[in-house]
Design a protein around this ligand. Sequence first.
Ligand code: TMP
Length: 205
Amino acid sequence: MKQGKFITLEGGEGLGKTTNLAFIQHFLIEQGREVVVTREPGGTVLAEKLRALLLETQGELISDKTELLLLFAARAQHIHNVIQPALTRGAWVLSDRFTDATYAYQGGGRGIDVATIAWLEQFVQASLQPDLTLLFDAPVELGMQRAKKRAALDRFESEQQAFFRHVRAAYLERAQQQSERIKLIDASQSLAAVQLRIQQWLETL
Ligand code: TMP
């Protein structure tokens, strides 16, 4: 039985997900909630090892199918060992990315068909879905400029602009299809404006 709430943050690279994750965490703690902050790919020791394999730029080429399966393997472990136990004991789970990222990056970006992703989603998650997803959205160029200012680019960040345009389009399409759950945040606004919107959506929960 799920007692707590499950919130996920999604969007392109460099759009402020990490900064706002901390903001949401503080907001929920102030409300007296137990909050588990986590991320995908990752969130357990094994899933973090899979993350490292997925992000490294050196070595053997990773096929699109391998990438998809490693992401769902990491997710299965994350759900079983972290997300589900936390929700069952009544904690609120805040995850930096979840399955919408697979629809956007592997579906939109890599061109894997939606039915295959949906099958894996059903197999790995059964009925588990986020209660609220905040989608940070801005033109691809803005996010890329910000991401490039950071340390070395990982395997996904090294993709071309066209890849990120497809990722963004897939995210936006999903937000339109699932508007009850996925709330769009215009990440090109000031941080104060973004955080006001976030707070409004959290209050609806
Ligand atoms: P991060 O940069 O937000 O930490 O996420 C790591 C990368 O993993 C990011 O470029 C998006 C990518 N990713 C996918 O391609 N598919 C997924 O399902 C997830 C969760 C992340």
